[in-house]
Design a protein around this ligand. Structure first.
Ligand code: PLP
Length: 449
């Protein structure tokens, strides 16, 4: 269970590559050059040394079609030959129009407009600003609604606004003093650690809803602007699907007090959980919804904010303009790429494959790892799964941060030449402790892969 430091360093090196670079790139790990990817094919990434890596996570749950799909390349080229860029603050463009219509239609009209951004973080920022503007522009404005309630162990992006609603303690630490003070955090839905042995799902969900209600009361119910949550918790907590009735109960609390529900589906949306929108499985419709990774499948940087009709109506009757703009919003090439990715998901009938392969992956993980003394929990939905490591299975004592993942790499004997990518995560328990890895294969992945 315990590893000497040298072995942990070695195991981390196996994750990141070990050479130093003179090239001028500021890598995430500044002292370490990661493996250099020169091409991609299907579920594989290929390095400059010819190593073929099974991209078991689609990068960060992005490359949902796998790599190098010529059909998307053609759509990008076609758009480039028409127009590569126009400023969406002044003009619209056909690619953005077509993608937005697709997105609105994909919700069965439940969301009625799309605001297309370049990254998930930008979509989250846009959602927060739109929520504030909504209350300012109601027929009777509610300018006192300045508080956001989000969840512990959540991740919503890395800019100051999105980091403020997120709650990865490690990522926040350096910036704590400049993060927004009008955000508080309630508990995640995390049955493995927080549901009591004698508690029913209904009681546990009721307890979480009561905690949200109490937070509204503490802040003053009419000061809360929105509750922000990932529909299925991703990066920090590690692939935790909501328990039945959980999101519905949370939305009821918001509705009782007139606050908005923002569902962040940057990671869990656009098919990752088996339905295009993760909320479709929850009997809940958000007021604002963010989407990103599976939208463009990595063929171009793209994300979006989907907006419920009542919010659109309020802004339309108000100033008639969203007080927010971005140079690359509605980028035509990104929109053309994303539209093609979405059509391929339909044409190749990939959502049923997400469910089928997801069930198979789940079965394999449970078969191979359920009894392992250092595997505490296996959880997920669709093609989005996490394995949580524990030092002690009985007490659920975690490894120190990052050591659980390092231990797993060491114990499994993984080296770069074994060539499988996964997302290491920590912070699931309290934003610091709790190591897990996430798996998020492509929607067209096969049993063999
Ligand atoms: N929101 C969620 C739920 C995410 O998982 C992420 C990224 O992992 C983001 C927001 C930020 O998206 P991006 O990295 O595209 O800015």
């Amino acid at each position: 269970a315990d590893l000497p430091t040298a072995q942990i360093t070695e195991a981390k090196g196996a994750l990141n590559g070990v050479s130093n670079s003179e090239s001028g790139v500021l890598y995430r790990q500044i002292r370490q050059t990661p493996l250099n990817i020169v091409s991609g094919r299907g579920s594989y990434l290929i390095t400059d040394t010819g190593l073929e890596i099974l991209d078991a996570t689609c990068g960060a749950a992005v490359s949902c079609l796998g790599h190098n799909d010529k059909r998307v390349h053609e759509a990008i080229q076609e758009q480039l030959q028409k127009v590569s860029y126009c400023y969406s603050v002044f003009f619209t463009n056909s690619a953005m129009e077509r993608l937005s219509k697709f997105l609105v239609d994909s919700t069965g009209g439940k969301m009625s407009r799309a605001f297309i951004t370049a990254s998930g973080t930008e979509a989250v920022e846009a959602s927060l600003k739109m929520a504030v503007q909504y209350f300012m522009e109601l027929p009777t404005p509610q300018p006192q609604r300045v508080n956001f309630i989000a969840r512990k162990q959540s991740y919503h992006g890395n800019t100051l606004g999105s980091l403020s609603v997120g709650h990865h303690v490690g990522r926040r630490a350096l910036f704590e003093k400049v993060l927004a003070k009008n955000v508080s955090h309630v508990s995640q839905c995390y049955p493995y650690r927080d549901m009591k042995p004698d508690e029913t799902v209904e009681c546990y969900v009721g307890r979480l809803a009561q905690e949200l209600e109490d937070e509204f009361q503490r802040l003053g119910p009419d000061t809360v602007c929105a509750f922000v949550a990932e529909t299925m918790a991703g990066a920090t907590l590690g692939c935790m699907p909501p328990l039945p009735g959980y999101l519905k109960a949370m939305k009821e609390v918001c509705q009782r007090h007139g606050a908005l529900l923002i569902l962040d589906e940057v990671m869990s949306g656009m098919g990752r959980t088996g339905t295009l929108h993760a909320w479709e499985q929850e009997d809940v419709v958000p007021d604002l919804q963010t989407i990103a990774k599976g939208l463009g499948g990595g063929y171009a940087p793209i994300a979006g904010l989907l907006i419920n009709q009542h919010v659109v109506d309020t802004l339309t009757k108000g100033t008639g303009a969203f007080a927010h703009s971005l140079t690359y919003q509605g980028h035509p090439v990104s929109c053309a790429a994303a539209y093609r990715v979405q059509k391929i998901i339909q044409e190749d009938n990939l959502l049923p494959n997400v469910l089928e392969m997801g069930a198979y992956l789940s079965q394999l993980l449970h078969e191979k790892l359920d009894d392992h003394p250092h595997v505490g929990d296996i959880r997920g939905r669709g093609l989005f799964w996490a394995i949580e490591f524990v030092k002690d299975k009985q007490t659920k004592e975690p490894y120190p941060p990052s050591q659980g993942v390092a231990w797993a790499v060491h114990a499994s004997g993984l080296k770069p030449e074994h060539a499988i990518s996964f997302i290491p995560g920590n912070g699931g328990i309290d934003g610091i402790n709790g190591d897990h890895v996430c798996l998020a294969p492509a929607y067209n992945t096969t049993r063999a892969e």
